[in-house]
Design a protein around this ligand. Structure first.
Ligand code: SF4
Length: 196
């Protein structure tokens, strides 16, 4: 079964939230999802195409990987041409937050971005670099540790396929992050704690 690129981040945030979204078709917005939507609305222009010398820039680009059974949309893709052929690609994902304290991309952001890089490498068979544009610092941060993200993507996809195949409901990840979760009112994690 195919998995969407944006579901990777939901799965890592909380397996139960991912289940509510993709199996139960539940969705609620909160201030965090609305801020994310605002950041994305600036780049979410499917018809946008711009030429800058030897660089072609496209927004909201549909991408896929047959090898990984993944598909979704990349926010912004820069195709760098040489001798009329695509020689390099930059893919940029827009996020409202900020990088880690050491300056690296946040792990969940990096996972989604790395999966996009795999899709573009499979489609175009050329060098692909990935960046997160963090709105709070207004600049791009490049994804560096590809080996780490490759391992994480392999393990994450294997676990997701296991849940899908067995139709098991994943456990709730009840923690401080529940306060920022848009599914709080459906999940009611506090009620579960009290019952326990
Ligand atoms: S409220 Fe907490 S446990 Fe429930 S879906 Fe959200 S993150 Fe997961």
């Amino acid at each position: 079964m195919e998995i969407t690129l944006n579901s990777l981040e939901h799965f890592c945030f909380c397996r139960y939230q991912w289940w509510l979204l993709y199996s139960e078709n539940e969705w609620l917005s909160n201030v965090h999802t609305t801020l994310g939507d605002i950041v994305h609305s600036r780049v979410d222009i499917p018809s946008f195409v711009e030429k800058r010398k030897n660089v072609l820039v496209k927004r909201s680009v549909p991408i896929y990987s047959n090898n990984l059974n993944l598909y979704g949309i990349a926010d912004l893709v820069e195709y760098i041409k040489q001798d009329n052929k695509i020689s390099k690609i930059n893919v940029v994902e827009y996020k409202k937050g900020k990088p880690q304290e050491n300056g690296s991309v946040q792990v969940y952001d990096g996972l989604q971005l790395y999966a996009q890089m795999c899709c573009l490498r499979e489609i175009h068979k050329c060098e692909v670099r990935g960046f997160i544009y963090y709105a709070s610092i207004k600049r791009r941060v490049e994804l560096k540790d590809e080996e780490f993200f490759n391992d994480l993507l392999t393990k994450t996809l294997a676990e997701m396929h296991q849940y899908i195949k067995n139709q098991n409901i994943p456990p709730k990840n009840i923690s401080k992050q529940c306060k920022s979760c848009s599914m709080y009112e459906i999940c009611l994690p506090n009620l579960e704690k009290k019952n326990a």
